[in-house]
Design a protein around this ligand. Sequence first.
Ligand code: FES
Length: 143
Amino acid sequence: MSAARPSASRRTVLWGAAVTPVAGLGLAACSASGGGSSADATPTAPVELGAESEVAKGGAKLYRDHNVVVSRSADGVLKAYSTICTHAGCAINKLQGTTLVCPCHGSQFDALTGKVVQSPATEPLNELPVKTAKGRIVAGPDA
Ligand code: FES
């Protein structure tokens, strides 16, 4: 009657062996800054990010906890993008001016447009709906 158990535990071992080297390589860099356990998630519902006044014209603000960056064009239009890197899915944790820098392989994105400015990523960031409500920025699907 013990046939099922070794089979199950072998699968567990194989799974662990497959996952561990990945965590040891790329993800160590991603989590080094304490980015949090929600690193692979973008909002699936509208989330309130902060005061509208936090994002100046021509500027951007990174909301790491929600994996969202919000930027404002020179004429005042807000944009929001997921900060899950389109290269291999790391959570981008650095914003220099209006340039987002991925910690995993160095891709860079323009927070004002979502476009790639430095490879290896080739796809732009996913744009999210964004609006303001009572002076607060709300972003995410159906925002
Ligand atoms: S996952 Fe961002 S550069 Fe590779």
